[in-house]
Each structure stands twice: as structure tokens, then as C-alpha cells.
Design a protein around this ligand. Structure first.
Ligand SMILES: [Ca+2]
Ligand SMILES: [Ca+2]
Ligand SMILES: [Ca+2]
Ligand SMILES: [Ca+2]
Length: 379
């Protein structure tokens, strides 16, 4: 069945809902309908690398890439990755019209149990701040948790971010993802009066690994095609029914703690090698290199994983999987791409040959060792 026929049936059967577009909101990305990713993650995840491979469970969160398209009066967004089923939050901010908030104000709708109040200005002139020129107009957030042992249930909230605050917001409904005993995945996207639809598929085991260094959300250019998928009616953002053109739509997405209270290092576009950002009110994306947003129509460059290897230290310690720059900055010796700690050879470079017993001091014990072995013939 083609999409036009599907849309026709939707009108005949329902008559009251927006036309179903080409997108099946199920948490999976169809590259033919979306086109290429607009952004690819470049930072390991500090919120856990989910290796469970379970569509309806995740023990970590990451955002590996993102793309947004307009479709039949909706803004449809796909974010590859995982959302941990412990009610940590995906925060989604959309800049799609003039005005809006570059710093989250303290006087926004109270949705998701004070989500915007927790990130916004608490009266001290702080508040999460976006890149220069990014003035958010609309907000969607979701968290997921266990659904009575059958899978995950997710709860969605939304809010307008008007220039001076005091917009409309509320609960946008819940959806579920279940997996039966045979492994069949059933995704029931959230629906509600707002017309927003959201679905999650947590199957991904690729993308970034755990940590706080540079990483590649699409290693070897393999796109993560499961994650979080959202459809938002454009009319929700065009709240005065002006027929806005939606010709410059930008999206900032990141993972936050369950109380909207601890910003991770999973931000799209990426942070380029960073620890978790922590306190939301102190986050300032304009002070971080690069764009912490992506634009509808952008095409992400090829994802080149950072070159990493072993970093050897004079005291015998060693780190693996670090860049040469990171090793240098920590006064280690980087020994080449894909090298491992067993290859560290600090013996030949012993810069204290008179410290015979290796206690980092040349002292009387070394002298006694020498005297005690005086005259020995070495093989
Ligand atoms: Ca889909
Ligand atoms: Ca705006
Ligand atoms: Ca991963
Ligand atoms: Ca920035």
C-alpha cells in the first residue's frame, strides 16, 4: 500500500485526526524516507553504554545521531540511540519561529514535574543557555520505565517557550514498547490531545561507547537506526495560525537526569569530548565549541573515529583507548594507534638506572644490593 492510499483511509476512517504521513512512528529510522542524518554524535556517553540489545529495556542512554523532516503538517524527528528505562529524560528543544528563549526562563509552564523550572532561571540570572541565535520555541520531554514487567512505558510532556514565558504546556500521553516471549516487538506510540506522537526502540548496541572522550556515533559510517522517534504537529508551534514557513527549523536534544537535574554529555550536535555537564542551570552551549543543535536539511559529515592507543606512564600505570593529545596532556607516553598496555616498554627508557630496587630513590639499599652482588658474572 502506498502512503497516499494509507492517508486516504485514515481520513475515511477517522476524519478527525491529522493525515498519517509517510512515517511510521515506531522508534526505527527508515533511511529512504528520512534521508541522511543531519548530525552524528562525537562524544562517548557518560550515562552508560547499553549492551542489552533489548527493544524494551536499556541500562544506559546515548544519542548517536539525529535528523528532522517536515511531513504532512508535522515535524518528524528521529534520534538514534537509547533511553535508559530508569526515567532519565530526553530533552528536546525546537527553534522554528522568530523569538523564543535563548536562556530558559523561570516562568514557563510547569510540565513533567517542574522540568523547565529545574533547568531555567531560578531568580539568580542563570538558566540553561543555548548557542548564540538559538531561541527555543517548543519543548518536548520523555522518560521511560518498566511497564509491569512487560517492557517499557514512556510519558511525554510538552510546552511552548514564548519569548516572555507563560506559554501553554501539558501532558502529551504515554506509549509502550513490549517484547513477547518469542521476541516480537510491539510499539504503541504515545498519543494525546496535543497531537504529539513518540515511540522508543532501545535495541541499539552500536554507536558510542561509555566514557567522556571523543567518539563516533556512527562508527565506520554505520548509522544507528533505532532510538526515539517523534512527530509534532506544526500547528502546535504556529500557535497564532499565521502559516509560518518553517524554513529554518533547528533542534537541540540532550539526555538529562530523571529529575531534569543532571545534564549528560549526550548532546546533539556533540560536545567533542566532554564529561557530563551536570547542573542544568549552569550549562551554556554558547561557551562550548561547535553547534549544540542540528538543522533540518543539514547533512552530517563522515564520522571519523578518533585515533586512540595506549598511554604509558613512568610509574607503570597505563591507559588504553586514549588520544595522543589526551595522553600528552597527562604527561604520558602515547605509543601509537590501536596499541595496548602490554606494549608499554618503559625498561629501555629507565631514567633512573641507579635505583636498583625500583623504589624511586637511589639510596643505601641500592648500594647494599650492588655490594651484595659484587663480582657476580651476569649471563
Ligand atoms: Ca519509524
Ligand atoms: Ca525561535
Ligand atoms: Ca552504544
Ligand atoms: Ca556551542
Amino acid at each position: 500500500m502506498n502512503m497516499i492510499a494509507q492517508a486516504g483511509i485514515a481520513v475515511l476512517a477517522g476524519g478527525s485526526v491529522a493525515l498519517a504521513g509517510a512515517f511510521d512512528i515506531n522508534g526505527s529510522m527508515d533511511e529512504l524516507t528520512y534521508g541522511p542524518l543531519a548530525t552524528i554524535q562525537n562524544n562517548s556517553t557518560g550515562f552508560g553504554d547499553d549492551q542489552s540489545g533489548h527493544a524494551a529495556y536499556a541500562d544506559g542512554s546515548e544519542l548517536d545521531g539525529g535528523v528532522a523532516v517536515l511531513d504532512g503538517g508535522n515535524l518528524v524527528i528521529f534520534l538514534g540511540g537509547n533511553l535508559q528505562s530508569n526515567f532519565n529524560k530526553l530533552e528536546l528543544f525546537i527553534d522554528a519561529r522568530d523569538g523564543g528563549q535563548n536562556t530558559i526562563l523561570g516562568i514557563n509552564p510547569d510540565v513533567g514535574f517542574g522540568a523547565l523550572q529545574r533547568m531555567g532561571d531560578d531568580g539568580n540570572g542563570n538558566g540553561l543557555t543555548f548557542d548564540v541565535g538559538f531561541e527555543a520555541d517548543y519543548y518536548v520531554t520523555v522518560g521511560c520505565g518498566d511497564d509491569n514487567g512487560e517492557g517499557i512505558i514512556y510519558y511525554v510532556d510538552y510546552a511552548e517557550l514564548r519569548t516572555n514565558g507563560d506559554g501553554v504546556g501539558g501532558y502529551a500521553g504515554s506509549g509502550t514498547t513490549h517484547v513477547d516471549a518469542e521476541g516480537n516487538v510491539t510499539v504503541t506510540p504515545s498519543t494525546g490531545d496535543s497531537g504529539i506522537s513518540l515511540a522508543i526502540n532501545n535495541s541499539n548496541v552500536g554507536g558510542v561507547i561509555g566514557g567522556d572522550g571523543e567518539d563516533c556515533g556512527s562508527p565506520e559510517d554505520v548509522t544507528v537506526t533505532t532510538g526515539i522517534e517523534i512527530s509534532i504537529p506544526l500547528a502546535n508551534i504556529d500557535w497564532d495560525f499565521e502559516g509560518l514557513p518553517f524554513d529554518n527549523v533547528r533542534v537541540c536534544a540532550f539526555i538529562n537526569g530523571s529529575g531534569h537535574d543532571w545534564v549528560s554529555n549526550q548532546v546533539l550536535g556533540g560536545l567533542g569530548g566532554s564529561a557530563n555537564l551536570a547542573e542544568p542551570r549552569d550549562v551554556d552551549f554558547s561557551a562550548i565549541d561547535g553547534d549544540q543543535f542540528f538543522t533540518l536539511g543539514d547533512v552530517a559529515g563522515s564520522c571519523v573515529p578518533a585515533v586512540t592507543g595506549a598511554c604509558c606512564f613512568a610509574n607503570g600505570e597505563c591507559w588504553e583507548g586514549v588520544t595522543a593529545e589526551h595522553c600528552d596532556a597527562n604527561r604520558g607516553l602515547w605509543i601509537g594507534e590501536d596499541s595496548i598496555c602490554e606494549e608499554c616498554d618503559l625498561g629501555g627508557g629507565n631514567d633512573c638506572p641507579t635505583d636498583i630496587d625500583g623504589n624511586n630513590v637511589t639510596d643505601v639499599d641500592d648500594l647494599l644490593l650492588l655490594i651484595g652482588n659484587f663480582g657476580n658474572v651476569c649471563p
